[in-house]
Design a protein around this ligand. Structure first.
Ligand code: ZN
Length: 151
């Protein structure tokens, strides 16, 4: 079963599936590299764990766009810690043949369809929780695989 999953992922890369622009002010989908809180690549060390997503730079309050024609599949809880409530939001979706989550985004809604390039919500106030971090949308594949080939 695992082999089938890997094969499908490779086919998607071969098809050249690429995320469209995620955030206003970052038309190139630039990644978070290194800041005082850590690094934003897949597999980076983060609080004693491996980072399971890829961080795309996005300023607090910026508009977040659908990177494909997507179907929204519900809210994602990021934290149970109430001190991080300001950024505890995200949404799961499917599009471009992929299943993924966008964390730290406050979506306008949690279900329905959104066309590529249309607004899906706004970036949460990350600086209030992680002062000095490079504010970002965390992109995580539903199977925790590396999203980097899709950028
Ligand atoms: Zn992240």
């Amino acid at each position: 079963m695992k082999r089938v999953v890997v094969l499908l992922a490779v086919l998607c890369v071969c098809d050249g599936v690429k995320f469209g622009r995620l955030c206003s002010g970052n038309s190139a989908n630039t990644f978070r590299t290194s800041d005082s809180w850590g690094e934003g690549h897949h597999g980076a060390s983060w609080g004693g764990q491996h980072h399971e997503g890829l961080d795309i730079n996005c300023n607090d309050g910026a508009i977040v766009y659908a990177p494909f024609d997507v179907t929204l599949n519900g809210k994602v809880t990021v934290y149970t810690d109430p001190s991080k409530a300001a950024i505890n939001n995200g949404i799961k979706m499917r599009g471009g043949g992929l299943c993924f989550k966008l964390l730290y985004v406050r979506p306008d809604r949690y279900s329905g369809s959104v066309r590529k390039g249309q607004r899906i919500g706004v970036m949460t106030p990350m600086q209030t929780v992680y002062p000095g971090i490079t504010s970002h949308v965390h992109v995580e594949m539903c199977d925790k695989s590396d999203p980097t080939p899709y950028f």
